[in-house]
Design a protein around this ligand. Structure first.
Ligand SMILES: NC(=O)C1=CN([C@@H]2O[C@H](COP(=O)(O)OP(=O)(O)OC[C@H]3O[C@@H](n4cnc5c(N)ncnc54)[C@H](O)[C@@H]3O)[C@@H](O)[C@H]2O)C=CC1
Ligand SMILES: O=C(O)[C@@H]1CCC=N1
Length: 268
């Protein structure tokens, strides 16, 4: 891709996206530039990925064909006011922050700009991301194709109606955190019975990875896949019954609910 990719804000999600982009080879290292308020995270990405770094947001805005706004939502207004006169007229600006809508940010730019609302997740770093995207009316078909191939270079992409973006935040953006909690708990159980912790993490993480892959590759309903693990009179159904008793499913559904409510609060 003969494009410059810019990041304003170089925290956790920017670092995951930069890793995904560089590892995929979709652009060369010298086609990626990132800015941040402070330097430690910039030095980290410079050392690890050899990209260009700066503490000057305007420099990034001037250079970027694809401009990721990877600061948290409380900095959006200030950052947009700082850069809005410097962005390239044809730049595609990618809003990554939870609760930041296309409409709110069109008002901030106060001129026609190509806006993409994107909600990625950190597994982007290892080429297994999932990103939901929605676009405004100034994004052309070819911009959309390029944007999709950028995100596809490090994972899956789903085009969604913007009204579903807070749900994407919960089920795609935040859910790796819930999954790590599940993996950790599974490993804790194994450690309780004497398994070395390192080995317990291998079993727990690989089982989660394998189960997810099996579902995506076979398209079999998760209930059917679960049933095929539960041998009659066996061990698994004992655990399934206990997880139901302790409300695993309703706890997870509640987790999605509070996530969506929080995003709505950020919308204002
Ligand atoms: N962490 C994640 O897994 C995901 C995060 N997001 C969204 O991305 C946004 C950023 O999240 P994180 O990366 O987790 O936060 P973070 O706190 O790790 O990164 C934000 C970075 O922006 C920098 N920053 C703040 N104000 C700035 C300014 N005026 N100019 C330049 N840099 C500035 C901070 O120094 C920090 O390094 C959030 O709004 C979040 O909703 C979206 C998807 C996944
Ligand atoms: O915690 C957050 O607000 C962001 C959104 C998705 C993942 N992290």
């Amino acid at each position: 891709m003969n494009r410059t990719i810019g990041f304003i804000g170089c925290g956790n999600i920017a670092k995951s996206l930069i890793a995904g982009i560089i590892k995929s080879g979709v652009v060369e290292r010298n086609q990626v530039i990132a800015s941040n308020r402070s330097t430690p995270s910039l030095q980290e990405v410079e050392e690890q990925y050899g990209i260009e770094i700066t503490t000057n947001n305007i420099e990034v805005a001037k250079k970027a064909d694809f401009l990721f706004l990877t600061v948290t939502s409380d900095s959006y207004e200030a950052v947009i006011n700082e850069i809005k006169e410097s962005v390239q007229p044809n730049a595609v600006i990618i809003l990554v922050a939870a609760g930041e809508s296309i409409q709110k940010n069109e008002h901030r730019f106060a001129k026609p700009v190509k806006l993409v609302k994107a909600m990625p997740n950190t597994p982007t770093m290892v080429n297994e991301g999932v990103t939901g995207i929605a676009v405004n009316q100034f994004v052309t078909e070819s911009d959309l194709e390029e944007t999709k191939s950028l995100f596809e270079s490090f994972g899956r992409v789903e085009l969604v109606d913007e009204s579903l973006m807070d749900v994407v935040t919960a089920v795609g953006g935040s859910s790796p955190a819930f999954t790590y909690m599940f993996i950790e708990a599974l490993a804790d159980g194994a450690v309780m019975y004497g398994m070395p912790r390192k080995q317990a993490y291998v079993f727990a993480a690989q089982a989660v990875l394998g189960a997810a892959k099996m579902m995506l590759e076979t398209n079999i309903h998760p209930a059917e896949l679960k049933d095929s693990v539960c041998s009659p009179g066996g061990t698994t159904i004992e655990s399934v019954a206990r997880l139901e008793e302790r409300g695993l499913r309703s706890a997870v559904i509640e987790a999605v609910k509070v996530n969506v409510e929080k995003a709505k609060q950020i919308h204002g």
